[in-house]
Write a protein that binds this ligand. Structure first.
Ligand SMILES: [Fe+2]
Ligand SMILES: [Fe+2]
Length: 156
């Protein structure tokens, strides 16, 4: 049925175009997760109560601005690849309990790290090495966030 189609779609350009579409879709999911992280860190950093949480509350403010920097970078990469950055956030989670807030953040970081690992593999496969390098910088910070939260929860 597509005999008359240009053979271009069968070449390596076609393969990299479909890889690019997959990466754009994945990066938009990552961007939506970054928005969610910003919301949770903004709210939880001011909502955490108790002297034992004062250090981590300060750290969460730093996380919030780092997540914003990640969102800006991911949006820039989506645009570069020819996609449109999403305006939709993943749904933020909430809690009244300080410890639970940190657990919510920890789960979110672990989910984020898992997804960036996948994205790095996809970027390497598509030979998008600059993207891969940026994602590696981001994932290093996400791992620091995970450590901060585990420390605060007494899990490390
Ligand atoms: Fe992030
Ligand atoms: Fe993070």
């Amino acid at each position: 049925m597509s005999e008359d189609r240009n053979s271009k779609s069968l070449g390596s350009e076609g393969a990299s175009a479909s890889g690019r579409e997959e990466i754009i879709a994945g990066l938009n999911e990552d961007l939506a997760r970054e928005y969610k992280a910003i919301i949770q860190y903004v709210v939880f950093s001011s909502a955490l109560k108790g002297a034992e949480y004062s250090d981590i509350a300060e750290q969460l403010k730093i996380h919030a601005s780092q997540e914003l920097a990640h969102a800006l970078e991911v949006a820039r990469q989506i645009d570069y690849l020819g996609g449109t950055p999403t305006m939709k956030s993943k749904e933020a989670e909430s809690s009244e309990d300080s410890k639970e807030m940190l657990e919510i953040d920890l789960r979110a970081e672990q989910e984020t790290i898992k997804n960036y690992k996948e994205r790095i593999v996809q970027a390497e496969r598509a030979q998008e090495f600059a993207l891969s390098a940026k994602l590696r910088e981001i994932i290093a910070q996400e791992q620091d966030h995970e450590i901060d939260l585990k420390d605060a929860l007494g899990l490390s």
